[in-house]
Design a protein around this ligand. Structure first.
Ligand code: NAD
Length: 283
């Protein structure tokens, strides 16, 4: 009988963009734990090197830090060359760079009679610069690395891509329209590319993390002055049936599953890892 395992991942080469981030570095550790050689690609070279070193020490698997900007094709091509030289052909890609910014966030959830004189805090006050930056980082920052880092897979007739979506992709969250639109675009692109590549041997899937307390959303969930959970933070916990935030380690199983041959007939799906948030109507 054939053993069901992650053994096929052993010795594979995986690129993870945003790999120095809070979720990215833990996802990378989960893959290294089953023998995947990791290229930690990040705009922050110092952090990428630090994470790579830590993973290599913990897992004994080769791991390198690489500097690249997911919005700059030339820097991604240079990164690919370096990865090919140091680790070999790329077999797997995780598009992990992304995030929201206060500059693309409305201060008010809704416009009402009471706040009509505060339109700068609403949709009408959003600055295009912040909006575009967040939209591009999340969407174009997935598109470009996929173009650059999957060419070895195309030659190999085998590979897997994993995008990082979000709860916003299913129903938008209040206050963060650029991030929500970009993550919805990620879901759509995951399906589109899965079909486009369906006979090439490359599978394309995504995970949609629910709520994890991390750098990019801390300002919305924890009051800076008091350190207490904000009203929004309480609302999230109330709407997460498991009544807690996720731990980055909670993503490792779904990620390894979607990248391994265990899921060889699965392409074009988005798996929520969300403590039940997406399944719950709130009633
Ligand atoms: P993070 O901010 O800790 O990590 C993001 C990483 O991306 C950082 O290391 C950063 O340096 C890097 N980065 C930023 N801009 C870049 C660029 N132009 N080029 C290359 N690298 C760049 O964020 P995180 O919380 O670990 O989130 C990782 C992914 O998960 C993101 O796509 C995010 O949208 C998504 N996500 C997070 C949550 C959450 O609760 N934190 C929920 C759902 C989805």
């Amino acid at each position: 009988m054939k053993k069901v395992s992650f053994d096929d991942l052993n010795n594979k080469v995986c690129v993870i963009t945003g790999g120095a981030g809070v979720l990215g570095n833990v996802i990378a550790k989960g893959l290294a734990s089953v023998g995947v050689k990791m290229a930690i690609v990040d705009i922050n070279k110092e952090m990428a090197d630090q994470v790579a070193l830590e993973i290599e020490k913990e897992s004994g698997v080769k791991c390198i830090g690489i500097e690249a900007n997911v919005l700059d094709k030339a820097s991604l091509k240079k990164a690919k060359e370096e990865i090919n030289n140091k680790l070999g052909k790329i077999n797997l890609l995780i598009n992990g760079a992304g995030g929201n910014s206060p500059k693309a966030t409305t201060q008010l959830e809704k416009i009402s009679e009471e706040n009509l004189n505060e339109l700068e805090k609403t949709f009408y006050g959003l600055e295009m610069e912040g909006f575009t930056r967040v939209f591009d980082l999340n969407f174009i920052g997935t598109l470009l690395p996929t173009m650059v880092f999957t060419t070895d897979m195309l030659n190999d007739k085998k590979g897997a891509v994993l995008n990082i979506s979000s709860m916003n992709a299913f129903s938008p969250l209040t206050k963060i329209p650029a991030y929500s639109a970009a993550k919805a675009a990620i879901n759509n692109f995951t399906e589109w590319l899965a079909v486009h590549l369906s006979t090439t041997g490359i599978r394309v899937n995504a995970v949609a993390p629910g709520f994890f307390l991390t750098n990019q959303n801390r300002f919305l969930l924890i009051d800076e002055k008091t350190g207490e959970m904000t009203a929004r933070g309480h609302k999230i916990i109330r709407n997460t049936p498991m009544e807690k935030y996720g731990e980055p380690e909670d993503l490792q199983g779904a990620v390894n599953f979607l990248l391994s041959d265990i899921s060889s007939f699965i392409t074009g799906i988005v798996i929520p890892v969300d403590g039940g948030f997406n399944a719950y109507s709130g009633v």
